[in-house]
Design a protein around this ligand. Structure first.
Ligand code: TRP
Length: 360
């Protein structure tokens, strides 16, 4: 008997910079943990990166960096399909086709679009719920009296993401919280396509459920999560000196004044990082020290920096080796593109048929 086909998993990371500890715990490490059991497809979203107009050299460098970081973190090209989005021209064609079934309004109401569009126009986020109404936002976008513009690629970002997923007929998509709305749109577009043409063609993808609470990796600046745009990142390739310095400068507070005081957010964040990277004994030691007011944040930070380095150092060393081996990098993406293209071409061929694009 045939073994049942493995479920198709797909996820991508935008090529906008080096990967950080948040990417590692939130994505890379999880990708590695499922690559034996699923038909995994991990790609580098360079077309998506174009929505924020990077200069060509840094875009190219970032594609290489993310690829090397995927490999260094343990994604195995013999197990998972690793590819570069723009190596699959079928994605761009299907993006045009799917856009015919996507509404401008629903794209404009997407949270990530509002966010990025405001940034592009140099507008600040609204302070009251009223200012955040869709009408107010549309007036701003359409009527913006400025020489800045919001490119249409930013608007259709969710279409492109839906195509990434649907063209591979992926059913499980590991994404962070900030991408769930895009995944919801993907499901909606799949349903709409199926019902418009009366076909049962696209499966509706869902978020990959890793079980347990989602991993939140905080930044070092006292509040919020670690993120590229927040400028509070510990990068996997930070060298030890840089990384130690960043950790030693992390925001804290004046220290607990009474036994068992509640923790401020900056200090709680340091403990969250410690929990991710240290042993339970180390965590307990510092928790006890906090509880009885004997804690010295400098000691905590020193320990934290060393424990983070124990995670990142092997990755950093591998990244450097991998980046030096162009032939290997090329081989990986050629092999990945071949597999991803075969499936994409098959889906696109059928989509063209279904839509009536069948020549004469
Ligand atoms: N939009 C995702 C992000 O910013 C990246 C991405 C692009 C993606 N296409 C995808 C993720 C398809 C999952 C599936 O992180």
């Amino acid at each position: 008997m045939d073994t049942p086909a493995k479920e198709i998993v797909l996820s991508g990371i935008r090529a906008t910079g080096n990967l950080h500890l948040g990417n590692y715990y939130g994505a890379l490490r999880k990708f590695v943990s499922i690559q034996n059991d699923y038909d995994c497809n991990f790609f580098i979203a360079d077309l998506h990166a174009l929505t924020t107009a990077p200069d060509p050299q840094s875009l190219h460098a970032n594609v290489r960096n993310v690829l090397a970081e995927y490999l260094a973190a343990g994604i195995d090209p013999e197990k998972a399909t690793i590819f570069i989005q723009s190596d699959i021209p079928e994605i761009s064609e299907m993006y045009l086709l799917l856009n015919m079934h996507v509404g401008v309004g629903e794209l404009m109401r997407t949270a990530s679009f509002k966010d990025k569009a405001r940034k592009a126009l140099g507008l600040t986020a609204p302070t009251s719920a009223q200012d955040d109404s869709d009408e107010a936002f549309e007036r701003q976008i359409i009527g913006a009296e400025t020489n800045k513009r919001v490119n249409a690629g930013l608007l259709t970002y969710p279409t492109l993401m839906a195509v990434d997923i649907l063209i591979q007929k992926a059913t499980k998509v590991p994404v962070g919280k900030d991408q769930l709305q895009h995944l919801e749109l993907t499901r909606r577009f799949a349903r709409r396509f199926n019902s418009f043409y009366g076909v049962d063609f696209f499966p509706e993808p869902t978020d990959f459920d890793f079980g347990g609470a989602p991993v939140k990796v905080p930044g070092l600046d006292g509040s919020g999560k670690m993120g590229k745009s927040e400028g509070n990142c510990l990068y996997l390739i930070d060298d030890p000196k840089v990384l130690r310095k960043k950790v030693m400068r992390a925001t804290t507070d004046e220290g607990p004044k009474e036994p068992n005081s509640p923790m401020s957010e900056p200090v709680a964040n340091l403990f969250t990082l410690l929990e991710l990277t240290s042993t339970p004994e180390v965590v307990k030691h510092f928790r006890d020290a906090y509880a009885d007011c004997s804690i010295r944040y400098g000691d905590l930070k020193k320990q934290l920096a060393e424990d983070i380095l124990a995670v990142t150092t092997p990755i950093r060393e591998r990244v450097n080796d991998i980046l030096a081996d162009d032939q290997y990098l090329r081989r990986v993406v050629r092999q990945g593109a071949e597999k991803a293209r075969a499936r994409a071409a098959e889906t696109l061929r059928e989509v063209r048929q279904i839509m009536g694009l069948r020549g004469i």
